[in-house]
Design a protein around this ligand. Structure first.
Ligand code: AKB
Length: 314
């Protein structure tokens, strides 16, 4: 039986991962932490503690108090926000990560943290980006993600910490909206489709990026953490994706349900520059071979579910 501590549990991934893990392993076995406290089910349905991940002592204290065997470190600033405040992003993203890795090393915990397609850059092959390839990102977020991948591998090789990770693409969900990412448009477009029947994209037509529906992302984390470690050739971090899509692909998929939906463009140069530096489509074959990654939502299935769920929510 696992006993897990999650950081950033009120964020886009954390809010759904916490609930899924509580279903899987029991509410008392999943300790959610975040820098803020809200009335979310994450706070009310099981143990919850406030935690600033730059506070190493408190992180250690909480992991000890609940006697956890796993830490899932999610707290981080996303790409666009990190670009607006690079020094703060370094301090939070790298400071939080090294604190969490130290807790895992000292208390001998299994460890998960997400990397991102942001770990790639202009010199990376853009189509079917291989698992092992050039990683010279031009954003602070990307620098954090590559450094994080290396640091996690280092803790595995040097100290034997069981570190595992995935390079997430843009994640799409109806539960919690992302904050400050480059791929956020792919979530906003669904909210606006339901509310106003139109959306103005800050990402230009023809800009392809990898995307994935949140249920597939949650399933991937659980599957990777339960995978037999001896079968893993890679660790930090596996390419995972379910679709490569541009704004007009979301437009077409939404119009199948809302024919009057209109998409226009007002490109934001900072986020467009970030998107242009990322791959069009990544190759997830190592994740498939090594631990059975197998996403079940393509753009049409995801769109049908998103629109249905958002209609009930909004
Ligand atoms: C972002 O856009 O910053 C994130 C990511 C792809 O890592 N969604």
């Amino acid at each position: 039986m696992k006993k897990i501590l999650i950081t950033g549990a009120l964020g886009q991934i954390g809010s759904e991962l916490t609930m899924a893990l509580r279903d899987e392993y029991g509410s008392d076995n999943v300790v959610a932490t975040d820098i803020r406290e809200t009335d979310s089910p994450v706070v009310t349905s099981g143990p919850f503690e406030t935690l600033d991940v730059t506070d190493a002592d408190r992180m250690h204290e909480l992991a000890q108090k609940y006697n956890v065997d796993t830490i899932m470190h999610l707290a981080a600033l996303l790409s666009a926000k990190a670009e607006n405040n690079p020094k703060f992003a370094w301090d939070l993203n790298m400071g939080g990560l090294v604190n969490a890795l130290e807790v895992a090393r000292i208390l001998e915990l299994q460890f998960f943290t997400p990397s991102s397609i942001g770990a790639f850059g202009h010199t990376t092959p853009k189509q079917i980006t291989p698992q092992d390839t050039i990683q010279r990102p031009s954003t602070m977020y990307g620098v954090n993600k590559v450094s994080g991948e290396l640091l996690c591998d280092y803790y595995y090789q040097r100290f034997g910490v069981d570190t595992r990770g995935v390079r997430f693409p843009g994640l799409i969900s109806y539960v919690t909206e992302p904050g400050g990412g480059t791929t956020d448009y792919a979530v906003e477009i669904y909210y606006e489709a339901i509310k106003n029947r139109k959306y103005t994209s800050y990402i230009a037509q023809g800009t392809y990026m990898d995307m994935m529906y949140m249920p597939d992302a949650i399933q991937a984390i659980i599957q990777l953490m339960e995978a037999d470690g001896d079968k893993l050739v890679h660790r930090n971090a596996f390419n995972v994706t379910a679709m490569s899509a541009a704004p007009e692909d979301f437009e077409k998929a939404i119009q199948k349900h809302i024919p009057e939906f209109e998409l226009s463009y007002e490109v934001d140069s900072i986020r467009q520059k970030i998107a242009d530096s990322w791959p069009d489509s990544i190759d997830a074959s190592c994740a498939k071979e090594e631990w059975g990654f197998n996403p079940s939502y393509d753009i049409d299935r995801m769109t049908a579910d998103m629109l249905e769920k958002l209609k009930q929510k909004l």
